[in-house]
Ligand binder design. Structure first.
Ligand SMILES: Cc1ncc(COP(=O)(O)O)c(C=O)c1O
Length: 401
């Protein structure tokens, strides 16, 4: 008789040598409960996806209602599906003008693929520009514009026409020229270690793209829907991209991605040839129903504002821990927070010890001296205090394992 963990390691494709392998029983709010009844405080939200917290009642109810009406009925773009149309309309109301048309996908990386293809077809140019440290997904196009060579090299050859520029470097923007179809950027780099650009960088990038006629793509897969203290991070810099890429929190816990743009730019996908870019499951009615319920809750409860105040609270409390256990620096925007450590070993030790003490936080090889925190935006002050107390114990060595 094999156990579930045995079967997990044997039958489910493994993507890392040391998965956390929590045997998850249920999840609610900021809490994940394993099969032995142990509770974990989730400071990662499934890497920024569960912004409303786990199994929010509004989302669960919308899923149940829609599942009882209809599931998949037809490939994308043919039938009028109410949840999809209503979500697209709501997104047009809250996204910066003139971004008013949405193409739905199943995931973030598919949305990036769609955005890149749209830019090529619309401009008739082939080159893409992206930034070192950027992450845009793991399919071929998205990986081609990913700014970490460690993850590109094993899969080369990728798209040949990509120029990588240093992130947050104003002088480097001169290298964007008339051969560029698009420039893709995360307004705050997530996987790259929560890197926040200067006040000037994104406005200057917008200016440069407009000057040379390249489309500006903002990848807000991780920063979207209030995570950084605004509904969309681009609002911090008052910069409007030509294409806005969304996923993660968009689906309220269901798989959903999207790219938004102007009617003129997205019209390119329906001609020469028609059906230039289609998907079977993109914009699935159940996922869109969940996404709509999630968006309405985010707006009603003013979660961007909550992310701002709780982010400041969390950051302030983390600052009191600086200087212990190799923890050297901390920064954040809203509830997207990066903690710097002196070495990869100190970082890994911190992540593992916190996990042993019941805290889930983010540590990946993409940036191995940074711990990422992206808790649900509904996290309470008591939960922040619990996290800080555990981290303090771990950093002082009293809880290290
Ligand atoms: C900024 C960014 N873009 C794109 C992606 C890819 O999204 P997905 O995993 O849904 O394909 C991610 C995933 O972490 C991301 O953080």
């Amino acid at each position: 008789m094999t156990t579930l963990p045995d079967d997990f390691f044997r039958f489910v494709c493994q993507t890392s040598p040391e998965p956390l392998a929590i045997e998850i029983e249920r999840a609610h709010g900021c809490i994940i409960v394993d099969r032995r009844g142990r509770e974990y405080l989730d400071l990662l939200s499934g890497i920024g996806a569960a912004s409303l917290g786990h199994t929010h009642p509004a989302v669960v109810s919308a899923i149940k209602d829609q599942a009882g009406r209809y599931l998949h009925a037809m490939v994308y773009g043919e039938y009028i599906q109410e949840p999809q149309v209503r979500l697209a309309r709501r997104l047009a109301e809250v996204a910066p003008a003139p971004l008013s048309v949405t193409y739905f996908t199943n995931s973030g990386t598919e949305a990036v693929e769609g955005a890149l293809k749209t830019a090529r077809k619309y401009t008739g140019r082939s080159r893409f520009v992206s930034f070192t440290g950027g992450f845009h997904g793991d399919t071929f196009g998205s990986l081609s514009v990913g700014g970490n060579p460690l993850y590109r090299l094993p899969f080369e050859p990728l798209l040949p026409t990509v120029t990588f520029l240093p992130f947050n470097d104003l002088d480097a923007l001169e290298r964007i020229d008339e051969t560029a179809a698009a420039v893709i950027v995360e307004p705050v780099q997530g996987e790259g270690g929560v890197r926040i650009p200067s006040d000037e960088f994104l406005p200057a990038l917008r200016q440069r793209c407009s000057t040379v006629g390249a489309l500006l793509i903002f990848d807000e897969v991780i920063t979207g829907f209030g995570r950084t203290g605004r509904l969309f991070a681009c609002e911090h810099w008052r910069v409007v991209p030509d294409i806005l890429v969304l996923a993660k929190a968009l689906g309220g816990g269901m798989p959903l991605g999207a790219f938004m743009s102007t009617p003129e730019i997205l019209a390119t996908l329906s001609t020469d040839p028609p059906l230039a870019h289609v998907t079977t499951f993109g914009g699935h009615p159940v996922c869109c129903a969940a996404g709509l319920a999630s968006l309405e809750t985010i707006l009603r409860d003013n979660l961007p504002q909550q992310a701002r105040t709780k982010g400041e609270e969390f950051l302030g409390k983390l600052q009191t821990l600086l200087g212990t256990g190799g923890f050297t620096n901390v920064r954040g925007r809203g509830l997207l927070i990066g903690m710097d450590f002196t070495t990869p070993e100190a970082t890994k030790h911190f992540a593992q010890s916190c996990f042993a003490a019941g805290l889930i936080l983010g540590w990946t090889l993409h940036q191995d001296t940074v711990i990422r925190l992206a808790p649900p935006l509904i996290i309470s002050s008591a939960e922040i205090d619990r996290a800080i107390a555990t981290m303090r114990d771990v950093l002082r060595g009293s809880n290290s394992s």
